[in-house]
Design a protein around this ligand. Structure first.
Ligand code: ZN
Length: 205
């Protein structure tokens, strides 16, 4: 990543990261993870979503970027609207109606011959060209596809369990895929990104 001179739209800046405390609270006869100060917008389909500062559509660039951290809200928006993870604009090619997707092995899991799951948003054609130019390592480590459609299938989350000696939840598992219908895990999950399934994948050389 150090070859980048462009800071991608999905990356979080230090000013955007929040450390609001979480805890387990009684809910419908069980325990669920929650922020201490309740906001209805914290939950997505019954899963708690990690809070970040995202006051507008535009990154708050005042602090240093955190190249390995996603801004959860912007990642979510990219997935919902198929926005480019680098520039934040629409990623779908209006001429072909297909969406270019640059994927590395670590962010992709195949689910069929032409389908797979990822938490990496698409990249528009002009940013694909720029990224390959600025970061030659990508050419060896990433594969380029176009896809016909994408559907939301779940989240990447950290799973917590109640702390033994304090009311601070203990991290049990980091970065686990939780499907929207895997209800037994929802109450203990803190979602950090949305996972979608790509369909009609076609490799681009
Ligand atoms: Zn772009």
């Amino acid at each position: 990543m150090s070859g980048y001179t462009t800071i991608p739209y999905v990356i979080a800046y230090a000013n955007e990261l929040v450390k609001d405390p979480i805890r387990f609270e009684p809910y419908a006869g069980e325990l669920r993870l929650a922020y201490r100060q309740y906001r209805r917008s914290d939950w997505v389909h019954g899963i708690l979503r990690a809070r970040v500062r995202d006051l507008s559509d535009r990154p708050d660039r005042r602090g240093p970027e955190r190249m390995r951290k996603l801004n959860t809200r912007r990642q979510w928006r990219c997935m919902d609207k198929l926005l480019c993870q680098v520039c934040g604009g629409p990623a779908t090619d209006p001429e072909t109606d297909r969406t270019p997707w640059l994927l590395t092995k670590t962010v992709f899991e195949s689910t069929g011959e032409n389908s797979g799951r990822t938490n990496a948003p698409p990249t528009c054609w002009s940013c694909v060209a720029k990224a390959l130019e600025e970061c030659p390592m990508l050419q060896d480590n990433a594969a380029l596809y176009t896809v016909t459609s994408a559907t939301s299938v779940g989240v990447l989350a950290d799973l917590y369990e109640p702390g033994l000696f304090s009311d601070r939840p203990a991290l049990a598992r980091h970065n686990v895929f939780i499907a929207w219908d895997a209800h037994r895990y929802h109450a203990s999950a803190l979602a950090t990104s949305q996972v979608i399934e790509l369909h009609g994948m076609r490799s681009v050389r």
